[in-house]
Ligand binder design. Structure first.
Ligand code: R1P
Length: 293
């Protein structure tokens, strides 16, 4: 199917609309970060940087670590941006911009998020490194795409909906999972594994109360106490379920690595957030260098 210029929007130099990138600008292994200022914090460790481009909150650096070509791109905050970043990254590889048609031969990307997050369990302290094994989306992005879930995912989705009695609030969770290969490669004694909840905001949607009253009573306490087959929700943030879900339906591998900066159960915030983020960056780059695909 030929895509019209209103559906696949290209800039005058042929780059894709929001990311401002040409197909040759991006590596097949891509690190995503929320904060544009975190992009140079990652790329300063590259052996060489071949490209720097940006537009809006989307800043990209591409270079090499050893022999591996890697890109780091900022997504800004939230799964509304993840929709843009994942669709446009995929198009750069899997749509022919000349004919504006889908390529027969697809390219599978490695997409690795280095993000920050708040733990909701007392025993996952600030400055931990947590890899999202499962991510539950409450913000709704994946409901706009055809997306099939495994029996495990459906059971977890139904169990959480029932537990929180959410049907009455019209909130419907979706359940996504990290890529098995990347989970294996990145997990070590330095990391914890967890179930991450992704939501559409930082305050009310994560159970924070500054001045406004929440519609969902005890939302935070209930998330903390939820159990599914001996698993519990470990942390809250704003992108992972969108990344996992979009990567899965587009045919890419994805993993989310979280620097835990806040502990919402104890009320603590990290005293050394930059150091902890740097630890996660170094850990991730080392693992990426060792990836065989
Ligand atoms: C909120 O402060 C932001 O920080 C977390 C949340 O997911 C949200 O994007 O991640 P990043 O540090 O990767 O942006």
């Amino acid at each position: 199917m030929h895509l019209s210029e209103s559906e696949l929007i290209l800039n005058s130099d042929g780059s894709i609309y929001h990311l401002n990138l040409l197909p040759e600008d991006v590596a097949q292994t891509i690190i995503t970060v929320g904060d544009p200022d975190r992009v140079p914090e990652v790329s300063k460790h590259f052996d060489e940087i071949e490209l720097k481009k940006s537009k809006r909150e989307f800043c990209t650096h591409t270079g090499h670590i050893g022999k591996k070509r890697v890109s780091v791109i900022s997504t800004g905050i939230g799964t509304d941006n993840i929709d843009i970043v994942l669709n446009e990254l995929d198009a750069l590889f899997n749509i022919d911009f000349e004919s504006k048609t889908e390529r027969n031969q697809k390219t599978e990307l490695n997409i690795i998020r280095i993000g920050t997050s708040g733990s909701i369990q007392k025993d996952i302290p600030v400055d931990s490194v947590l890899i999202s094994e499962v991510a539950i989306g409450l913000e709704g992005l994946l409901h706009f795409y055809k997306f099939s879930q495994s029996p495990f995912q459906i059971n977890l989705q139904e169990s959480l909906t029932q537990y929180l009695n959410w049907s009455s609030n019209n909130i419907s969770p979706y359940v996504t999972i990290g890529n098995d290969y990347l989970l294996n490669e990145f997990t070590s004694s330095q990391t914890k594994a967890g179930y991450t909840v992704t939501n559409a905001g930082f305050y009310g949607p994560q159970g924070r109360r500054i001045r406004l009253s929440p519609t969902l009573n005890d939302f935070f306490e209930k998330l903390r106490a939820f159990r599914f087959q001996n698993n519990r929700i470990t942390n809250l943030e704003m992108e992972t379920a969108g990344i996992y879900g979009m990567a899965h339906i587009l045919g890419h591998k994805a993993l989310s690595i979280n620097a835990i900066l806040a502990n919402r159960a104890t009320g603590n915030f990290s005293k050394k957030p930059q150091k902890t983020i740097e630890k996660v960056i170094m850990y991730t780059l080392e693992k990426i260098e060792g990836l065989s695909s």
